[in-house]
Write a protein that binds this ligand. Structure first.
Ligand code: HEM
Length: 418
């Protein structure tokens, strides 16, 4: 990221880098350009090969990896399952899963927190989908396979010259076999649910109930693709954000106290989790500020279908565009004291006041379908965390590891029970 920052400072808010003979990549931190590509002229833009073909090899053609008519049809079908009203049904399961997972925090000594959040985020998606119908060993295996696929994808992207070796050494095939194993586990879970008379009102029930315009339901293979995608899209991003938020809270302990006070007061007011979520604005702002400073999806990429032009820059058909969300989030043009952690900047503001330069969940028709899900999950997790633990950090710095997502590095914190 410092490398990108220096390039932007040197070459301007939008610049082009030649890659090889005939290819170039346009990097931009111009929020207006991002809006043009993701919203205003989104019809002329598709996702990159990495987000579609390369990832689809492991997780199939679901929402994140599909394009065109298939994506449109799937988005329309799945969107209602992520409406706030439907998500309300998942909140009890989410809360219970989070409380159980946070029990794994070790107190009194330096402790690497990322692993706890990684398991937590996977468990939350798994339990939101399958309720009690999925065993611990099935969840563990699915998580292992999802993470192996992600690691393999990173290796393929970082070392494209080793593609031949991945192929002949059997590494690639081993990962593809793992994916097949995950599909078998999911198939069995779906068969079990279809055969059961119990209604769980969870995400799987929503996906099984959903009907296309012609009255048909999703076929089994498509359903499994979508489930694999929800695991992939919903787990690492959330665990990164929860880790960064905990590190920020360790650096700014006065905000831990604010959360504890707010959470205790909100719990007295209501037993409804949805109401509780509405009554904890300070906790919500802290997470929003963490997503501004450390957006897990720190780059958003697109490729144009037909030739285009923006602000005088000609974009030949097939140009790769990379939008640096982390740079837009730290622009002095849009944010006051952008490098500082100031959750109050979101106070008394509506999302529409800052939406033009705040993109943790993307924008336009392909904006994250799980944004409310993720916010509910993160607010509950941080509320439960602070209610039960105080957090300290020795180092003053927050280390990052920018891969496909912006990952934390050495997130070693010390927790004490409150
Ligand atoms: C902090 C957590 C999360 C962040 C920062 C995040 C961020 C994003 C971003 C930026 C995109 C758009 C990518 C693009 O336009 O190229 C996206 C798409 C997506 N996200 Fe999330 N996400 C998070 C959590 C989740 C969760 C919890 C789920 C599901 C349970 C989820 C499911 C998806 C799906 C399915 C897409 C593809 C949507 C489509 O193309 O129609 N995400 N996410």
């Amino acid at each position: 990221m410092p490398f990108h920052h220096n390039n932007f400072e040197r070459l301007g808010d939008t610049f082009r880098l030649k890659i090889g003979f005939d290819k170039s990549v346009v990097f931009s931190r111009d929020a207006g350009f991002l809006q043009y590509v993701l919203q205003k002229n989104q019809r002329n833009y598709t996702k990159s090969k990495i987000q579609t073909e390369d990832l689809a090899k492991y997780v199939g053609k679901g929402l994140l990896t599909s394009e065109g008519a298939l994506w449109k049809q799937q988005r329309k079908l799945i969107q209602p399952a992520f409406h706030k009203k439907q998500l309300e049904n998942l909140l009890d399961t989410m809360q219970k899963t989070i409380s159980d997972e946070l029990q794994k925090i070790k107190t009194g000594k330096p402790f690497e927190i990322f692993k706890v959040y990684n398991d937590l985020a996977f468990q939350v998606v798994a339990k939101s989908l399958f309720s009690g119908g999925v065993s611990d060993s099935q969840v563990k295996r699915l998580q292992h396979i999802t993470e192996e696929a992600q690691k393999m994808l990173v290796r393929e992207l970082r070392q494209p010259y080793l593609h031949w070796w991945f192929k002949i050494s059997g590494t690639l095939q081993k990962n593809l076999n793992l994916t097949l194993e995950a599909r078998e586990i999911l198939k069995q879970l779906v068969i079990d649910r279809k055969g059961s008379r119990v209604r769980e009102d969870d995400l799987l029930d929503m996906l099984l109930d959903a009907r296309y315009e012609d009255g048909n339901a999703m076929d089994e293979e498509q359903l499994i693709d979508e489930i694999l995608i929800l695991f992939t899209a919903g787990h690492e991003t959330t665990s990164n954000a929860l880790t960064f938020t905990s590190q920020l809270l360790a650096k700014h302990p006065n905000y831990q106290q604010k959360i504890v006070e707010e959470v205790r007061a909100a719990k007295v007011e209501t037993d409804s989790l949805m109401e509780f979520l509405r009554n904890v604005p300070v906790t919500t702002r802290i997470i929003e500020e963490s997503l501004r400073l450390y957006p897990p999806a720190y780059f958003i990429d697109r490729v144009n279908i037909e030739e285009d032009e923006f602000n005088g820059m000609k974009l030949e058909k097939g140009t790769s565009l990379l939008f640096a969300v982390h740079e837009i989030h730290k622009s002095e043009t849009h944010w006051e004291n952008p490098m500082q952690f100031i959750p109050e900047r979101f106070a008394n503001k509506n999302y529409s006041d800052y939406a033009a330069y705040y993109y943790p969940f993307g924008a336009g028709p392909r904006m994250c379908i799980g944004n409310n899900f993720a916010m509910y999950e993160m607010v509950l997790a941080i509320a439960i965390l602070c209610e039960n633990f105080s957090i300290q950090q020795k180092k003053d710095t927050i280390e990052i590891n920018p891969l496909i997502t912006l990952k934390p590095k050495n997130a070693i914190l010390t927790f004490e029970r409150r």
